[in-house]
Ligand binder design. Structure first.
Ligand SMILES: [Zn+2]
Length: 230
């Protein structure tokens, strides 16, 4: 665990166990990150990103604040399905979010969000509503995600769908309110697993597990180094 630091002036900081950090040195020794997977180069897992072919269109409605977070998982969906994935950023200052171009994309539109009227994705659903599909997924924290379907007029007419009960998130890098709340990446992997076939879910989850493991590993190492005596 990182200890809180107290600023001391002259560009120096000290944490509560008395260890002094020189800010300029610390900045210079910041680990170099892979520009693609955003992790320390030593743990880069880009070699494991093997794009797959799917029939569905995927629209990720991402909050602007999420884009900068290394814990955001949605970017890897685009890496895995580059031909089918679209990013639409909302929450930008002085910019009204537009839905018209999103609604024009091909496939039966489905909005992935578990609300009161959402229909469960399963074989029966697929038989009643055949694809190809256009899966629209709100990304961001749970509060932001809820607002997307409620507030964007263009989305309110699109039926909401939810994942079957019983799935448990494997994402340990960010706290979810309940274990059945999945990260965006996992939710999409499971939804496409139903809509497209299990092989799609398996390929997506294979990369996801490597991603979580790599980030956990890099974080543990980083904190272990901080605690080393000088
Ligand atoms: Zn990388």
């Amino acid at each position: 665990m990182m200890l809180p630091r107290v600023k001391k002036g002259n560009g120096r900081e000290v944490n509560l166990c008395g260890r002094v950090f020189n800010m300029s040195t610390r900045r210079a020794s910041q680990p170099r990150r892979c520009p693609r997977c955003k992790i320390h180069q030593q743990y880069c897992f880009c070699a494991h990103i093997k794009p797959i072919e799917i029939q569905s269109t995927l629209s990720l409605v991402v909050h602007v604040r999420e884009l900068k977070l290394t814990s955001n998982t949605a970017q890897f969906l685009q890496e895995m399905m580059p031909k089918n994935t679209h990013f639409d950023v909302r929450g930008r200052m002085d910019e009204v979010f537009q839905t018209a171009h999103i609604l024009e994309r091909s496939g039966r539109p489905l909005f992935l969000y578990p609300n009161e009227t959402s229909v469960e994705l399963n074989e029966e659903f697929k038989n009643s509503y055949p694809g190809p599909y256009h899966l629209i997924v709100p990304d961001g924290n749970w509060h932001q995600a809820r607002k997307v379907h409620q507030r964007e007029a263009g989305f309110t007419a699109i039926p909401t769908v939810r994942l079957p009960a019983g799935l448990v998130g494997e994402y340990q890098l960010r706290k979810a309110p309940r274990p059945e709340f999945l990260s965006t990446y996992e939710a999409v992997a499971h939804a496409l697993g139903i809509l497209e076939g299990e092989h799609v879910r398996d390929e997506l989850m294979k990369l996801f597990r490597i991603f979580v493991k790599s980030v956990m590993h890099s974080r543990t190492d980083f904190h272990a180094k901080l605690e080393l005596p000088e």
